[in-house]
Ligand binder design. Structure first.
Ligand code: ADP
Ligand code: MG
Length: 302
């Protein structure tokens, strides 16, 4: 593309809330054959809410939520925030004094797994299957079956162990963005394949992908940040030009690795920093507009 075409496209992008950081990103975007989407906060709204609780012992519901909210109170993870918010809501409904104070020691957030803390002297784990397995927690058949059901509904099952006993599963829903399925289908008609990578579990990932029309072989789940970058690099090594769309710290290595990194404007500063293009309106339709701007300037439509 000519310098003038790049200027025109960058200007047009800016008026639509698409910040293109340089001519190189614009140049690269017209060659993109695959778009890799992060799930949480990118394809989904990213404001998860607790929708169901299954208790596996006779622990009272308010004790269950008091304990896990205390464990998650210092968590910056959206799932942790959802648990704290829900716990505040139910304790507000059950007593006039709100939540009790709990003594929390040894809090630790374990990326891609969950949190660990000692609440009122009790070892508490809140997180996924990997967290439970790594701590040698026994998972009953009843719990496994429940988890499968939760995941089939495209929800995330957060498991809770207190003093090494699995006491319950919290189901958390994070709906897909209203435009997501449409964007994926338009990309397909443009000859661009969509993939999804997520740190969330396989069951939930596959259910969300099905909702969006992303084919099963195009899904990668239980991925750590370095896995996301490696997936991008493997496709590039096979000769595919790749765009990565993400919102989180855990997406930044992949945003850097991609030919075109696109950050969701409502995402974290680290993702925005790592990206070549920022979608200020946080609307996935702007992925198409970005590729379109590039194609037009390259093929001199204007
Ligand atoms: P994503 O790529 O979807 O943003 P993360 O890598 O942040 O996912 O987290 C992966 C998984 O780890 C979550 O789906 C959840 O099962 C578990 N997890 C992470 N942090 C927490 C937390 N604070 N509380 C409960 N579960 C968590
Ligand atoms: Mg995300």
């Amino acid at each position: 593309a000519t310098p003038t075409a790049i200027m025109v496209a960058t200007g047009k992008g800016a008026t639509q809330g698409i910040l293109i950081k340089g001519g190189q990103a614009l140049e690269a975007a017209h060659k993109v054959k695959t778009v890799v989407f992060d799930k949480t906060g990118t394809l989904t709204i990213g404001k998860p809410i607790v929708v169901h609780t299954k208790l596996l012992t006779n622990i009272p519901l308010h004790v269950f939520y008091d304990t896990i909210a205390a464990a998650e109170v210092n968590s910056e993870h959206p799932l942790g925030k959802a648990i704290v918010a829900y716990s505040r809501k139910i304790s507000g409904e059950h007593s006039s004094h709100g939540q009790q104070q709990h003594e929390v020691r040894d809090f630790e957030a374990i990326p891609g797994q969950g949190v660990r803390a000692v609440v009122d002297g009790k070892a508490t784990l809140v997180g996924n299957m990997r967290l439970m397995k790594e701590h040698g927690i026994h998972i009953s058949e009843e719990a496994e079956e429940h988890l499968r059901d939760v995941e089939t509904l495209a929800r995330t099952g957060v498991m809770v162990a207190i003093e090494r006993e699995l006491v319950g599963v919290v189901s958390i829903a994070d709906p897909v963005k209203p435009e997501a399925a449409r964007v994926i289908s338009i990309l397909k008609s443009m000859g661009v394949r969509s993939m999804m990578v997520t740190g969330d579990n396989w069951g939930t990932a596959v259910a969300i992908a099905r909702e969006l029309g992303i084919e099963r072989p195009c899904v990668h789940a239980e991925s750590l940040p370095e896995d996301k970058a490696r997936i991008v690099e493997e496709m590039q090594a096979a000769g595919t030009s790749v765009a990565m769309v993400g919102d989180g710290i855990n997406d930044s290595p992949a945003l850097v690795a991609a030919d075109v990194g696109m950050a969701i404007g409502a995402g974290t500063d680290i993702a925005i920093e790592a990206a070549d293009i920022v979608l200020m309106k946080s609307n996935l339709e702007d992925v198409i507009t970005g590729i379109d701007l590039s194609r037009k300037s390259f093929f001199r439509i204007w």
